[in-house]
Design a binder for this molecule. Structure first.
Ligand code: ARG
Ligand code: ZN
Length: 486
């Protein structure tokens, strides 16, 4: 794990007073063209990311002076590597005004390409494979706005959320970024195929509590401020970086020994002070859910788990180690977001077209939980199927942004897994799930790799059952247990 070198103080901008001494290795800044060839060519969001760039670690320092307003101050140091020579680094960024950029501690030329949503930095020499560099960016102001068309009637603004103070409730902020909102407030390689570790420091006024993905370190006391620090030691995609500021109560529970090799998973939840008891009660069952799901999915992949409750009516999100769940959601959502820690956060989609692998497994966990309560799982499966009969359906690999979080991604994705289970039986299905997370945890998986792995683990029978649900233009028949099969 490589930590960054930036401190918050002493920000000298490129336009500032300390130009780098000339070096024979300096290459002149070239005019920047934004050809799609530079990007990761995601099938849904072709502009995201930079081909050949590998961000290993983000060292993030955020200052929220007035919680509830969009104003943000940031200083991030990225540990960079590359798989090809990069004469420029093109980070996704639609964030506040950049005030300083440094390459290995020295001011470096940069420009903001707002149309391409990129921060383009020219290093003194190309970044070469086998080398690492530290790129530091400081910025302050208002995050950019990216709208998500696919949720309910009104579009959702992705990224940095501001919840103004109202009716005696304090102002709050949090990140809600899936799929591509993180670069509204953080310069990053904003694509799930470039997973990274994070150190996050959040400075807030006294009286506020900040939280983020990862395991918490000691709180720093400043002059009227407090700084909270978190280490996310396992790599995660940028869209699940969780960040929260509110007048939270941090509530701990006993650790649950379901991590890798039985390691204890720390438990903590964050409730805004006004959270009613019936909402808090939902999260008293999280330890039990960790045990039930890890029994099917294999060891829980991170060092901590819990929920941060937020007040706006927005979709829940599986932010790493600390799910973001609206106060209006219940137990089913809490189990769904927990399942995403395996499917989405540890095993991540290779592209956005593969996001049904996240939503299908997370929806499937709702059936596992229902069955673990001794309730009728058949009713859950029938409900999924009826939803698709009414709403219509599509093959599982998404081709348009509007499909990413539609019913096919969730219910048809879950039914594909049910079809596999029915085809191979409970024992083989559970073994498959555990082998799958063991094989792909920490990395990414495409739909094609998923199918190939299913074939290797469960044979032609398992693969065929899945493939029907992945590929058919129409709705396949409801999978039912064939009692005659061996
Ligand atoms: N992954 C989230 C969940 O199902 C859903 C996020 C939906 N996001 C959106 N921008 N529509 O838990
Ligand atoms: Zn989900």
């Amino acid at each position: 794990l490589l930590l960054g070198v930036l401190s918050l103080g002493g920000g000298l901008g490129w336009t500032g007073a300390q130009p780098s001494p000339p070096s024979p290795l300096t290459i002149p800044a070239r005019p920047v063209t934004s050809t799609p060839a530079d990007t990761l060519r995601d099938p849904i969001f072709p502009g995201l990311g930079q081909a050949g760039l590998d961000v290993r670690h983000y060292d993030v320092a955020l200052t929220v002076e007035r919680p509830g307003t969009p104003e943000l101050r940031g200083a991030v140091t990225l540990t960079l590597a590359s798989t090809r020579a990069l004469p420029e680094v093109r980070l996704d960024f639609l964030g506040p005004a950049v005030t300083a950029v440094r390459w290995n501690g020295r001011a470096a030329p940069f420009r903001v390409d707002a149309a391409a949503q990129k921060l383009v930095v020219t290093p003194p020499a190309p970044l070469l494979p086998g080398h690492e560099a530290h790129l530091s960016v400081e910025y302050r102001g208002r995050p950019g706005v990216i709208l998500d068309p696919g949720f309910g009637a009104a579009p959702v603004e992705l990224g940095w959320q501001s919840v103004p103070a109202a009716g005696g409730r304090a102002g709050a902020n949090f990140a809600l970024s899936e799929p591509h909102g993180t670069h509204t407030f953080l310069p990053c390689n904003d694509h799930p195929s470039d997973k990274a570790t994070f150190t996050t420091r959040i400075t807030v006024p006294q009286g506020y509590v900040a939280a983020a993905s990862g395991v918490e370190g000691p709180v720093g006391e400043g002059n009227g401020t407090r700084t909270f620090v978190f280490t996310q030691a396992e790599p995660i995609p940028t869209y699940v970086l969780g960040l929260f500021v509110d007048r939270f109560e941090r509530v701990t529970a006993p650790p649950v020994p379901v991590g890798v090799n039985g390691a204890p998973v720390a438990r903590r939840d964050y409730f805004p002070v006004s959270t009613p008891p019936n909402v808090r009660a939902v999260y008293t069952r999280t330890g039990e859910a960790l045990r039930v799901l890890s029994d099917w999915f294999g060891p829980y992949p991170f060092g901590a788990y819990g929920t941060a409750v937020v007040t706006p009516r927005l979709p829940a999100l599986e932010t790493a180690t600390l799910s973001t769940i609206p106060v209006t959601s219940g137990e089913r959502t809490s189990v769904h977001e927990l399942a995403h820690q395996w499917f989405g956060n540890a095993v991540s989609p290779a592209t956005w077209a593969d996001v049904w692998l996240n939503e299908g497994f997370a929806t499937y966990s709702e059936l596992i939980w229902t069955e673990a309560q001794g309730e009728d799982g058949g009713a859950v499966v029938t409900r999924w199927y009826d939803t698709l009969v009414r709403a219509g359906t599509r093959p599982l690999v998404a081709t348009r942004e509007e499909q990413l979080f539609d019913r096919s991604a969730y219910q048809r994705g879950a039914l594909a897994l049910q079809a596999l289970r029915v085809a191979v039986g409970d024992g083989a299905f559970r073994a498959f799930l555990r082998a799958y997370t063991a094989r792909f945890s920490g990395g990414t998986v495409s739909t094609a790799e998923f199918l190939a792995f299913a074939r290797a683990q469960t044979g032609e029978r398992g693969e065929a059952a899945l493939r029907l649900w992945v590929e058919s233009p129409g709705l396949p028949p409801l999978p039912v247990v064939a009692r005659a099969s061996v």
